[in-house]
Design a binder for this molecule. Structure first.
Ligand SMILES: [Zn+2]
Ligand SMILES: [Zn+2]
Length: 250
């Protein structure tokens, strides 16, 4: 939510990873654009619990600044999120969010979205529909709960946060930051709390066949690099076996 293009207005659920402006400043623009376009349903804004009170103060201050009467002011739907807790999405009950802490220059979180479903227990797989109905009638629990990791997003973080939370590599899609690319920028990258391309490559080599992602999307490249430079740097550094799965979001 650093920017809010019109195409983002249909989003019912928005996740804020941390408070930096390039991720958060258009949160209220999203809220007001929906109102302006006549979307009745309020979006739900999920955010780390440690920033939710400050976010509320900021939202109220902005409304007062814009001349909204105190009596008319109403907070948007804000859901504080705690690391390690599974939270079903308000309007999509088959999807659940699990947040985790990452290391950045300020407190920040990433998250995984799971697809929740009930699956037939293995011991009943060969049964006919009639047998299944009979078992159900007799009160036998024939299903088990499954949480399938669909998407993980890291937000801004040090490269080591990838290995700290290595289960993100079990998600179908992983979105992670890759702010710096060049040789000699490793220390600066660490100092600023960002990932360097070498950190990503290190994680790929370290986890190797344990990586189940169909796509790994790299984003948040420093604005100083041209698109060509980004593509060339990735092409040079990403191990051959992962090349098809890495997508640069530029
Ligand atoms: Zn940041
Ligand atoms: Zn950022």
């Amino acid at each position: 939510m650093g920017e809010c293009p019109l195409t983002a207005t249909p989003l019912d659920h928005v996740f804020l990873t941390h408070a930096h402006g390039d991720h958060a400043r258009c949160l209220m623009r999203h809220h007001s654009l929906r109102k302006m376009m006549g979307v009745e349903r309020d979006s739900v804004y999920y955010m780390p619990e440690f920033i939710s009170e400050n976010a509320k103060a900021w939202i109220k201050a902005e409304a007062m600044f814009e001349g909204v009467a105190e009596t008319k002011f109403r907070y948007p739907e804000i859901e504080p999120v705690a690391a390690g807790e599974l939270q079903f999405l308000r309007y999509r009950k088959e999807l659940a969010l699990e947040a985790f802490e990452v290391k950045h220059s300020i407190p920040a979180m990433g998250g995984t979205i799971y697809f929740y479903k009930k699956k037939l227990k293995d011991e009943f797989l060969g049964k006919t529909p009639t047998e299944i109905i009979e078992l159900r009638k007799n009160g036998v629990e024939i299903t088990r709960e499954v949480y399938e990791p669909l998407v993980s997003f890291m937000g801004d973080c040090l490269g080591e946060s990838l290995l700290d939370n290595s289960r993100v590599f079990q998600s179908k899609v992983l979105i992670t930051e890759c702010t710096f690319l060049d040789d000699g920028e490793e220390a600066m990258s660490k100092k600023k709390g960002h990932s360097h391309l070498k950190d990503i490559v290190h994680a790929l080599n370290e986890l190797d066949d344990e990586i189940k992602c169909e796509k790994i999307i790299l984003s948040h490249f420093s604005m100083k690099y041209s698109e060509r430079h980004i593509r060339e740097a990735l092409d040079k550094a990403i191990p051959e076996k992962f090349k098809e799965r890495i997508v640069a979001f530029v």
